[in-house]
Design a protein around this ligand. Structure first.
Ligand code: 5GP
Ligand code: ZN
Length: 133
């Protein structure tokens, strides 16, 4: 596996994902253990570990894609709002060492805690088809 990294393997298509958006720079797909319905991850295809070793140019390009995907999810899902989360380092809860931005859809008054819940694969597949851009 390239860089011994599961997100590189997803970017290379070696591991399947519930893809919702792709272009030359990034891939966006549903988190398999979502905090909420529609929880998506946006990753650069090129490997870097976190915010600090990713170039300013790449980060600027990624955040523009995060905005685009979040806007689509907000309309297509729909949801009332969303959180963007980006963890750096084990102490901050980063479990996959390939920089990624979480898009976490929120409903007004929801009791969401930021905890992974085991995703239902059939439901994720159907949702990815619905959210595909
Ligand atoms: P972190 O805690 O590193 O910010 O977030 C990593 C996220 O990646 C977690 O929410 C976890 O559920 C998700 N994740 C881990 N492995 C996979 C995978 O193989 N496929 C997908 N789609 N998500 C994954
Ligand atoms: Zn990687």
């Amino acid at each position: 596996m390239k860089n011994n990294c599961i997100f590189c393997a997803i970017a290379e298509g070696e591991i399947p994902s519930f893809k919702i958006y792709e272009d030359e720079l990034v891939l966006a797909y549903l988190d398999i253990n979502p905090f909420s319905a529609g929880h998506a991850l946006v990753i650069p295809k090129a490997h870097s570990e976190g915010l600090l070793d990713t170039s300013d140019e790449t980060l600027a390009a990624i955040i523009a894609r995060v905005k685009k995907v979040a806007a689509h999810i907000k309309t297509a899902l729909p949801c009332d709002g969303f959180n963007i989360m980006q963890n750096n380092g084990e102490a901050a809860g980063q479990t996959v060492r390939h920089v990624h931005f979480h898009i976490i859809p929120r409903m007004a008054g929801d009791p969401l805690s930021f905890e992974n819940r085991k995703g239902d694969m059939d439901a994720l597949k159907a949702l990815a088809a619905r959210l595909a851009m």
